[in-house]
Design a protein around this ligand. Structure first.
Ligand code: CA2
Length: 143
């Protein structure tokens, strides 16, 4: 069974609570629940995390080297700033799928250039919370 670490960056704990016109009304707990249901269907084992702290996310990516076969990451605001997360991802040998709930390319200039996309295996954005499930499906069918 493939092990997938799902990482969520800063402020995503506020999903469904603030700015629903941009990020929708689904909470992060509901996303975790649907990822759990999809994992059972797809025969994946998931570990779901959220942190507002860059160093914690770097530590989790490093631990994924031993504990996971694939990473799904929504780096949120760190997407556009974090060389540290980018460097940590480079050290992970399995697939890394970057997910954004919103379409970052339809937003302002600042939100269009994710540093993480330079090192991700693939990027899904604009599909809402379903993006996490799409990423899990992609990982399930990878050799
Ligand atoms: O669309 C996404 O998933 C994002 O990664 C969300 C980030 C944003 O900076 C990226 O451009 C796209 C922001 C996450 C902040 O989440 C909030 C949720 C509710 C209220 C306020 C912020």
């Amino acid at each position: 069974m493939k092990r997938v670490m799902i990482l969520n960056g800063p402020n995503l704990n506020l999903l469904g609570v603030r700015e629903p016109h941009i990020y929708g009304t689904t909470t992060l707990a509901q996303i975790e629940e649907s990822c759990g249901q999809a994992a059972a269907r797809l025969d994946l084992k998931i570990a779901f995390h959220q942190s507002n702290h860059e160093g914690v996310i770097v530590d989790l990516i490093q631990s994924a080297r031993q504990e996971a076969d694939a990473i799904i990451i929504n780096p949120a605001g760190f997407s556009f700033t974090s060389v540290a997360i980018m460097d940590a991802i480079k050290t992970f040998e399995g697939p890394v799928l970057e997910v954004h709930i919103s379409n970052i390319h339809a937003r302002d200039e600042y939100h269009r250039h994710s540093r993480i996309s330079f090192v991700a295996t693939g990027v899904i954005c604009g599909l809402g919370p379903y993006g996490y499930i799409a990423a899990m499906q992609a990982i399930a069918q990878m050799k």
